[in-house]
Ligand binder design. Structure first.
Ligand SMILES: Cc1cc2nc3c(=O)[nH]c(=O)nc-3n(C[C@H](O)[C@H](O)[C@H](O)COP(=O)(O)O)c2cc1C
Length: 312
């Protein structure tokens, strides 16, 4: 008898399994992204790329808690041209077995579109618009909290590239459904929910914020219930009909299934890779397979949105 099927299709892109390496983690090089695939990831997202190179924030830019990571890296990256060899290496090593999504950002809608156009030329399978980075002033969040800006931003990127475009949402908003709907209006092919949550830590001895940037983005287990709620609300709104990639605090197969049952077609994993190692992909896959055999479920996609109360 054939085993349960883990492959999924999201916005027309086929992944051998629904576990994708999240942006900003273990994606410095083509080799590290290819290693994630060798270790079981079904796809990868590049670090967020701008058209021109950008230095990040000075240290300290990461604080660890027992329940997550607070980071304010500041979107350091070598620019699209400076990263092109990494994409090339990834593509030649993985030979089409696992799609690569390029995350892009800019300081204006035009810059986002130019970065998207440039990554498309590198041969990536899709673009992910990072409109939700909470720790780089003038970049990211101010684009990602205003529905009108989101709609224009997605429209402009869609007009520039012929490949699928995902919009990555911030959980820092009063209505995640309004933001998701705006991305849909702009023509997005899919959503990623969620990016990190703005947060901070103060050193009580120095009475100073620990991060040089003062605030940063919280990821890891503390973020998971927020991310699951966001995915569930979008999937259950009856207003948004785009595929959703869930993200936030996934480190076990139960975590991944929670997102899938909430309505995610696939999931991204970041902090668990930083904390543990790339084993997380194969462990989650094994756990999901065992669950599916026990529950007599043939395809992982049959579980998307299966949490009771979600409309089908
Ligand atoms: C160190 C670090 C760097 C990150 N850099 C980016 C980035 O460049 N672009 C982006 O869209 N998200 C970035 N993220 C957010 C992750 O892609 C992900 O959305 C978030 O961390 C929630 O997932 P997780 O809890 O599995 O890490 C970063 C997260 C971490 C921990």
């Amino acid at each position: 008898m054939e085993g349960p099927k883990l492959d999924v299709e999201v916005a027309g892109i086929r992944f051998l399994n629904p576990l994708i390496l999240a942006s900003g983690v273990a994606d410095e090089t083509g080799a590290s992204m290819a290693e994630a695939v060798r270790m079981g990831a079904g796809g990868v997202v590049t670090k967020s790329l701008s058209l021109e190179p950008r230095e990040g924030h000075p240290n300290p830019c990461v604080v660890e808690f027992p329940y997550g990571i607070l980071n304010a890296m500041g979107l350091p990256n070598p620019g699209v041209r400076g990263y092109s060899d990494e994409v090339e290496e990834y593509l030649s090593t993985t030979r089409g077995s696992a799609p690569i999504i390029a995350s892009v950002f800019g300081s204006s809608i035009e810059e986002y579109a130019m970065a998207a156009g440039a990554v498309k030329d590198l041969g990536v399978h899709a673009v992910e618009i990072n409109g939700s980075c909470p720790n780089a002033r003038g970049l990211g969040l101010q684009f990602g909290q205003d529905p009108l800006v989101i709609e224009d931003l997605v429209k402009e990127v869609k007009a520039t590239v012929p490949i699928p475009v995902f919009f990555k949402l911030t959980p820092a908003c009063s209505s995640i459904v309004d933001l998701a709907q705006a991305a849909q209006m702009g023509g997005a092919d899919g959503l990623v929910a969620v990016n990190t949550m703005p947060a901070m830590k103060i050193d009580v001895r120095t009475r100073m914020p620990v991060l040089t940037n003062v605030t940063g983005g919280l990821s890891g287990p503390a973020l998971r219930p927020v991310g699951v709620r966001c995915v569930y609300q979008i999937a259950n709104s009856g207003k948004v009909h785009l595929p959703i990639i869930g993200a936030g605090g996934i480190s076990t197969w139960e975590d991944a299934l929670e997102y899938i049952m909430a309505g995610a077609s696939a999931v991204q994993i970041g902090t668990a890779v930083t904390w543990g190692n790339l084993d997380v992909f194969s462990k989650i896959k094994e756990g999901m397979m065992t669950y599916m055999i026990e529950e007599r479920i043939g395809r992982i996609s049959d579980m998307v949105g299966s949490a009771k109360g979600v409309r089908s």
